[in-house]
Design a protein around this ligand. Structure first.
Ligand code: MN
Length: 285
């Protein structure tokens, strides 16, 4: 077993997006701070409605997938295909923009806590122009397992092996083979997960810090930071003194050129210009 080391730390920075939603961006702050095929990770977390009430009004995407995972709060998704879905606490949404989607994500609350994540996952060149697709995943459709040491794990995408049990998340069959886990680790405990050696992986603690790597060579990762891991077939995370909650993401890298212009992510400059022209001409979708 080759236990992965914590190789690089990407601290999140405060920013805003959509109609003016305050959020923290780790991956995707710049074109050099990505982890193929992951393009971006945003965390939004606030008890103050002013920070989120403007939501994300109608906007386009082309060439990749957007994944929203809610911890607290409610958002309504609507798109040009006529899909309408309520995102609830503990639920997720997996949207494949493909050749184009125009959608909005608007808060369905005027007070209280809104907390969650948006992850952008790239598509291979061969799938960038496929038809848009959308999946709503209800909280009860996300399997959760409590391990012998008290750790709870939710499997949102891919397949995890936990205490010898093979657990399949609701999202399967994506060509980058993403694994997306939400892990709550009690103080002092260790979480171990086997992963495909060649897949890129990172950890994002959203509560408490995580000690990552083999016991003899652990490095600490502060909350609200993305920790990029080295190659290896096993991930080990230790919670040290406090409860640690973190996301674990792994996927097969595409190793293709990435050209991004805002919500369009393609392989060449020409394809980006085409996307902009298509959007302006009402032919994106
Ligand atoms: Mn969007």
């Amino acid at each position: 077993m080759q236990i992965r080391n914590l190789e690089k730390i990407i601290q999140s920075i405060p920013t805003s997006d959509g109609g003016g939603v305050k959020l923290r961006r780790s991956l995707g702050q710049s074109s050099t701070l990505r982890l193929d095929p992951f393009l971006m990770l945003d965390e939004f977390s606030s008890d103050n409605a002013d920070d989120y009430i403007a939501g994300f009004p109608d906007h386009p995407h082309r060439g990749f997938e957007t994944v929203t995972y809610m911890l607290d709060g409610q958002m309504l998704h609507q798109d040009h295909l006529g899909n309408k879905g309520e995102l609830k606490s503990g639920g997720a949404q997996w949207m494949t923009a493909g050749r184009g989607i125009i959608h909005s994500e608007m808060p369905q609350q005027e007070s209280g806590r809104m907390r969650g994540f948006q992850l952008w996952v790239n598509l291979p060149a061969s799938e960038k122009m496929k038809p848009a697709a959308y999946r709503d995943i209800q909280p009860e459709d996300i399997p959760m397992l409590t391990l012998k040491n008290g750790t709870t794990v939710k499997v949102i995408a891919g397949t995890a092996v936990l205490d010898g049990n093979t657990i399949h998340g609701p999202i399967q069959g994506i060509s980058t083979e993403p694994l997306f886990l939400d892990v709550h680790l009690p103080a002092g405990e260790t979480f171990t997960q086997v992963v495909t050696d060649s897949h890129h992986a990172f950890i994002y603690p959203y509560e408490g810090q995580a000690a990552i790597g083999p016991k003899a060579d652990q490095r600490l990762l502060a909350p609200q930071s993305a920790g990029v891991l080295s190659a290896g077939d096993c991930i080990e995370v230790n919670a040290k003194e406090t409860v640690t909650a973190f996301l674990l993401l792994a996927a097969r890298p595409l190793r293709e050129p990435v050209v991004q212009y805002g919500p369009f992510v393609m392989n060449t400059r020409d394809e980006i210009e085409q996307a902009i022209a298509d959007y302006q001409n009402g032919e994106l979708v």
